[in-house]
Design a protein around this ligand. Structure first.
Ligand code: ADP
Ligand code: MG
Length: 313
C-alpha cells in the first residue's frame, strides 16, 4: 500500500516564543511527528517563525545600533537564521525521539529553503504579517516612532510589528527536497515560509519580507504531490463568528463553504485567514487532496477524520 504523504505546517505553539520554550516545545512536537511516521505516513515538516524572526531581527538591530561598523541585517538573512535555529532544535528533538523508539533508519535533514516572490507583489505596499512579541498599544506606538516599524492589532490579542508578506511563487530547492523525501529522509523545509528572494537573472536577491508559512507549506505540498496538508495551530478547529457568543466550530466543510466564510470575513487576516485560504487552494488543486487545520496533539485523530476543520473537493 502506498504511504500517505503529509506536509505538516507547524505554527507558533509547536515552537514556543522564547529559547527555553522552544527547546521544550520541540519535544512534544517531535512526539507528534514520530507518531505519524509510526502510523505509516510519510511526513515533511514546514514551520512558521513569527516570534523567532522577530527576536533575531531585534537582536541584529541592537547590534548595528551598538557597533557602527555593523550594517543593518536584512530581514531575508534573519529568516535564514531562523530556519537554521529552528531546524537545529527540530532535528535534535526528532533524532532523539526516533532513537527512543528504536528507529535508526530515518535520517533527519533541514533544507535551507529559498522561495521566490514577485517583486511587484502588492503585499510589498501593504505590510500584513505579524512578527515578534505581542505589545500594548503604548509599547507599539513608541516602537513605531523609534524605529519606523509598522504595528497592527493581531486578532484581538494585542499589537505586533507587521512586515510585507508576498505570496510564494517558486521553491528554489524543490528538486533537492524531493530527492531527500523520496529516499525516505524526514525533511524540514520552507521554514518561516522560506527565505524570500527576487529573481535578477541568475542572481537571487533577498527581499525584505516574511512569507506566510501557510502558503509556502501549501506550495510545498502541491509540489511534492502530498495527500494531506495539515496546518497545526493553537485552535482545534477554525470557527465562524470567532470569539462571539454565536461562535461555531467548523468540522468538514466544502471548498464552496470555506470560500463563502472567507468572503463573509470570519477569519482574521494574518492568522486564520491564510490557513483557510491555503487549505482551499490545496484541496482545489487536485482530486484526493485534503487539507486539515487542527491542534498539534490532534494531528493523528484529524487524519482519521475525528476532529479538526477538514476541507476537500
Ligand atoms: P500559527 O502560529 O499557528 O500560524 P496564528 O496565531 O497565526 O497561529 O493563527 C491561529 C490563531 O488564529 C488562533 O489562535 C486564533 O486566535 C486566531 N483566529 C482568528 N480567526 C479565527 C477563526 N475564525 N477561527 C479560529 N481561530 C481564529
Ligand atoms: Mg500564523
Amino acid at each position: 500500500m502506498k504511504k500517505k504523504r503529509i506536509v505538516i505546517a507547524l505554527g507558533g505553539n509547536a515552537l514556543g516564543n522564547t529559547l527555553p520554550e522552544q527547546m521544550e516545545a520541540v519535544k512534544v512536537t517531535a512526539k507528534a511527528i514520530v507518531d505519524l511516521l509510526e502510523d505509516g505516513c510519510e511526513v515533511i515538516v514546514a514551520h512558521g517563525n513569527g516570534p523567532q524572526v522577530g527576536m533575531i531581527n531585534n537582536a541584529m538591530s541592537a547590534l548595528s545600533r551598538e557597533d557602527v561598523k555593523q550594517p543593518v541585517v536584512p530581514l531575508s538573512v534573519c529568516v535564514a537564521m531562523s530556519q537554521a535555529y529552528i531546524g537545529y532544535d527540530l532535528q535534535n528533538a526528532l533524532r532523539e525521539e526516533l532513537f527512543n523508539r528504536n528507529i535508526h533508519d530515518v535520517p533527519v535533514t533541514t533544507m535551507i529553503t529559498q522561495v521566490r516572490v514577485d517583486e511587484n507583489d502588492p503585499a510589498f505596499l501593504n505590510p500584513s504579517k505579524p512578527i515578534g512579541q505581542f505589545m500594548s498599544l503604548e509599547q507599539a506606538m513608541s516602537l513605531g516612532e523609534q524605529y519606523g516599524y509598522i504595528v497592527k492589532e493581531d486578532a484581538g490579542r494585542g499589537y505586533r510589528r507587521v512586515v510585507a508578506s508576498p505570496k510564494p511563487a517558486e521553491i528554489i530547492e524543490i528538486d533537492a527536497i524531493r530527492s531527500l523525501v523520496n529516499s525516505g529522509q524526514l525533511v524540514i523545509a520552507c521554514g518561516g515560509g522560506g527565505i524570500p528572494v527576487i529573481k535578477k537573472g541568475n542572481h537571487l536577491k533577498g527581499a525584505s519580507a516574511v512569507i506566510d508559512k501557510d502558503f509556502a507549506s501549501e506550495l510545498l505540498a502541491e509540489e511534492l504531490d502530498a495527500d494531506f496538508l495539515i496546518i497545526l495551530t493553537a485552535v482545534e478547529k477554525a470557527a465562524v463568528n470567532y470569539g462571539k457568543p454565536d461562535q461555531k466550530w467548523l468540522a468538514d466543510i466544502t471548498i464552496a463553504e470555506a470560500e463563502r466564510y472567507i468572503e463573509e470575513g470570519h477569519f482574521a487576516p494574518g492568522s486564520m485567514l491564510p490557513k483557510v485560504q491555503a487549505a482551499v487552494k490545496f484541496a482545489s488543486s487536485k482530486e484526493g487532496r485534503t487539507a486539515l487545520i487542527t491542534l498539534l496533539e490532534k494531528a493523528s485523530e484529524g487524519i482519521s477524520g475525528k476532529t479538526g476543520t477538514r476541507i476537500s473537493l
